[in-house]
Design a protein around this ligand. Structure first.
Ligand SMILES: Cc1ncc(COP(=O)(O)O)c(C=O)c1O
Length: 398
């Protein structure tokens, strides 16, 4: 099994790949989005990694390019079979490939399911701090956000389902869950998920579980429970979104899918897509199949490397960044949610951008202004070290 860092003989996660000038949203949009012209800024915001994709994925894409004819993709079922095999092997979830509905991006899928099962003015539950696109999609579709703030319990984030129950109204129709959680990195336990699924049954809600980060668990023994496993009896009201994009670093290919066991719910979702949503493109299908079929040694090496980055980050924050706090253990993802409220900065992300580090501000994730930033540590360790050193140098006088 490969090891990480400079001892990793098979995969070189230490390699710096210059992404500026490559149409990288992460690296080439900082100035446009932040308004701060900082050509040397290190991009540590949007959730893609600075690592090359697994060799199996690159080979499959190369073969497609070398074919040089990029016609319409014939879906023979091979990519869905690779996914079904992966879900069974890795997550103990047996899916019928017919349950899988390809979707060119989970963000558009979230909008589609809202259109399929709710009407304007209906309420959609989110658990802040919440992935910012959840909020944008709800508002864009003229639904209303029902916030169910996560609470810190025993050093972990937890859902306060009693508080949520008290807020529900007859217009509450859908719950958006991020499992594991972005930005907090929490892996929900089976009992937490079962309790949420039970609440959805009790109140006739559709549970939409976005599991895009589920193959990025950092603790060796950690287990991700798909809602389809913990609440199989509730399949008529659950929908799971999955994608290879975060884990295998292919988010620009727009390959994701909805897993919808219930035929009636699936029909409603598919109807919402008809004539509106384009197919996943040929490169997305090819990469997806190679990722799930051939890339496990790479994924294991990646997790080792990310674990090392997570540990480095946690130590640095503890020892070198007074006033900055990680609120909950980072159990999954390559994202860390930093509480910077004690620094007294009005706009912390702008402050750090001026110092050459591009972070995500907490406000779109529903944090109070000046309180949080999110950092992406999916990068070579030397990049992470430099970004953190810049944050240290930018520390405001206290
Ligand atoms: C929880 C979550 N869902 C969805 C997405 C985006 O998915 P897609 O690119 O498939 O629209 C992200 C990207 O950061 C994410 O973190």
């Amino acid at each position: 099994m490969p090891t990480f860092g400079s001892q990793n003989l098979m995969f070189d996660f230490d390699r710096i790949i210059e992404r500026r000038g490559t149409h990288s949203s992460k690296w080439d949009s900082i100035a446009r989005l932040s308004g701060i012209e900082s050509p040397d800024a290190i991009a540590m915001w949007v959730a893609d990694m600075d690592f090359a994709a697994p060799p199996g994925v690159t080979s499959a894409l190369t073969a497609e390019i070398q074919c040089a004819v990029h016609g319409y993709y014939a879906d023979t079922g091979s990519w869905a079979a690779a996914l079904a095999d992966w879900m069974a092997r890795r997550h103990g979830l047996r899916i019928d490939p017919r349950w899988v509905s390809p979707t060119p991006g989970i963000v558009s899928g979230l909008g589609l399911i809202l259109q399929a099962v709710s009407t304007p003015g209906d309420e959609v539950v989110v658990f802040p701090p919440a992935y910012h696109a959840f909020r944008g999609i709800i508002v864009a579709n003229e639904r209303r956000i029902l916030d169910a703030q996560l609470v810190e319990t025993d050093g972990r984030y937890a859902m306060d389902l009693d508080a949520l129950r008290a807020k529900l109204t007859p217009r509450t129709k859908v719950v958006f869950l991020c499992s594991p959680h972005n930005p907090g990195g929490t892996v929900w336990s089976p009992s937490e998920l079962r309790a949420l699924a039970a609440l959805c049954v009790e109140h006739d809600l559709i549970l939409v579980s976005d599991e895009i980060h589920c193959d990025l668990l950092l603790e060796p023994g950690a287990v991700h429970e798909p809602v389809g496993v913990v609440a199989p009896g509730e399949s008529s009201r659950t929908l799971t979104f999955m994608a290879p994009s975060k884990t295998y670093n292919v988010p620009g290919l727009g390959a994701s899918f909805a897993i919808i066991p219930d035929a009636a719910l699936r029909a409603r979702y598919v109807k919402a897509t008809a004539g509106i949503v384009a197919e996943v493109n040929v490169f997305g299908y090819v990469a997806c199949e190679a990722a799930y079929r051939d890339s496990e040694p790479w994924r294991q090496a990646l997790l080792d490397y990310l674990r090392g980055n997570r540990d480095y980050l946690e130590k640095f924050v503890r020892d070198e960044l007074p006033g900055v706090r990680i609120e909950a253990p980072i159990e999954a993802t390559y994202l860390a949610w930093l509480n910077v409220a004690d620094l007294g900065l009005a706009q912390p992300a702008r402050h750090y951008e001026s110092a050459g580090v591009g972070l995500s501000d907490g406000v779109p994730f529903c944090a109070a202004p000046g309180t949080h930033v999110r950092i992406n540590f999916g990068c070579p360790r030397s990049t992470l070290a430099e970004g953190l050193a810049r944050m240290k140098r930018a520390a405001p006088a206290r």
